[in-house]
Write a protein that binds this ligand. Structure first.
Ligand code: S3P
Length: 446
């Protein structure tokens, strides 16, 4: 489904982006291994999370949705089976486009005494899975994978999993969470050390359900998380905040389109996810963060965003984990800022839903932006004026590449199109009407 973005007039109004994808996956997964019923409000109804819901059903949990219509949203109810109580799925678990669903659920399955088969779409089937299989093997699980450690993968879960003390070779919340979820059904203490703090939604959600999770700061700037295995955890009420990684698109659009002034309500502002706000504020952005009461340890805020000129900055590599999904849209902001923006420490971007570093570099160049790309960095030379545009971008089955270039089309001299807007539904269903409601001019193309 091609989409075209035409130059927009000033954006205005208020909106609430869909629920946080990372927190939504975790609420369904942890609710499924709690005792009793969990209710979840604000869950993202995107394709990635629906894959997790379907997988949890296949693993024996009761997962249902009560639709309360437009006004009331809806409530998801999960009837959990208790820690260790999942059952062998009768069919292959298809994780679609979702790396989080695949990696977290393979971790969970690794500490259950059954076999399960995981598959995914062509993007997910190219993504590296050795990074989770390495620690899970140490815990007693075995795997058969396609060459290069890719999906489809069969997980032979450990009957008697053993706890490990594991040092993550890369800063990845998915790998950390896979090990912690395996540790849930493992006797004793499972410890994971990460080189830099990554999103801590698993830790916060596990605690919310009653598990014992200890966090230490390490001398090298990292963190270690210790989970006490085989806890009895109980169903809870969960309210999922809006996804800052989705809010990032209307937010950057409002900064760039002259005269814009919008409000994004109920956005999750966990400090381990908020690196984009810090970076944009350093670039001179007018973003007012009004924090309200949080949800289960997750801070939530209303964000007011007003358009204004931006200047190029240096984005330090240690900030990458706190804004890892936001580099595509930051690169768009940088293309309109005055002066170069240099982003380093980006090697992980090469193994996301697409090679995001390559996709941004190619797409920006096609829109007339001067860039320099290395193996793990991107420098965008903004001129302070909108780029030319007039390009059709290959989205490479990547929702965030598609949304980033549609934002660029809102300010470029000529329209920008993306060849396939379909993947946007994985994380931001309703993106087109949401943006058009604020004043964008997005339309189906041909
Ligand atoms: C996620 C972690 C990040 C992020 C992804 C969601 C999570 O991936 O890019 O969109 O929910 O744990 P990595 O762990 O691969 O960095």
């Amino acid at each position: 489904m091609p989409l075209i973005s035409h130059r927009a007039g000033a954006l205005s109004g208020e909106g609430r982006v869909p629920g946080d994808k990372s927190i939504s996956h975790r609420a369904l997964i942890i609710g499924s291994v709690a005792v009793g019923e969990t209710s979840i409000r604000g869950l993202l109804g995107g394709e990635d999370v629906l894959r997790t819901a379907a997988a949890m059903r296949a693993l024996g949990a009761g997962v249902t949705f009560e639709d309360h219509g437009e006004a009331g949203g809806g409530v998801w109810r999960v009837v959990g089976r208790g820690v260790g109580g999942l059952v062998e799925p009768a069919a292959v678990l298809d994780m679609g486009n979702s790396g989080t669903a695949a990696r977290l659920l393979m971790g969970l399955a690794a500490a259950h005494p059954f076999s399960s088969v995981f598959t995914g779409d062509t993007s997910l089937s190219e993504r590296p899975m050795e990074r989770i299989m390495d620690p899970l093997r140490l815990m007693g699980a075995a795997f058969t994978a396609r060459s290069g450690g890719r999906l489809p993968i069969t997980v032979l879960g450990a009957a008697d999993p053993v706890p490990i003390d594991y040092e993550l070779p890369m800063a990845s919340a998915q790998v950390k969470s896979a090990v912690l979820l395996a540790g849930l059904n493992t006797p004793g203490r499972t410890r994971v050390a990460e080189p830099r703090p990554t999103r801590d939604h698993s830790e916060l959600m596990l605690r919310h359900f009653g598990a014992e999770v200890a966090v230490e700061s390490l001398d090298d700037g990292g963190r270690a998380i210790t989970l006490t295995g085989q806890p009895e955890i109980f169903g809870r009420d969960v309210v999922v905040p809006g996804d800052i990684s989705s809010a990032a698109f209307p937010l950057v659009a409002a900064l760039l389109v002259p005269g814009s002034d919008i409000m994004l309500t109920g956005v999750g502002v966990n400090p381990l996810r908020s690196g984009l706000l810090e970076t944009l504020q350093e670039m001179g952005a007018a973003i007012t963060v009004a924090e309200g009461p949080g949800e289960a340890g997750e801070p939530v805020a209303d964000l007011r965003v007003e358009a204004g000129p931006l200047r190029g900055v240096e984005v330090p590599p240690e900030r990458a984990p706190s804004m890892i999904d936001e580099y595509p849209v930051l690169a768009v902001a940088a293309a309109c800022a005055e002066g170069p923006t240099r982003m380093t420490g980006l090697s992980e971007l090469r193994v996301k839903e697409s090679d995001r570093l390559g996709a941004m570099a190619r797409g920006l160049a096609a829109c007339g932006v001067k860039i320099e790309e290395t193996a793990d960095s991107l420098t965008v030379h903004g001129t302070g004026r909108p780029p030319a545009g007039d390009a059709m971008i290959a989205a490479d089955l990547d929702h965030r590449i598609a949304m980033a270039f549609l934002v660029l089309g809102m300010i470029s001299a000529d329209p920008v199109g993306v060849d396939d807007g379909g993947p946007i539904a994985t994380s931001f269903p309703g993106f087109v009407p949401f943006m058009n409601g604020l004043g964008a001019a997005l339309a189906e193309g041909s």
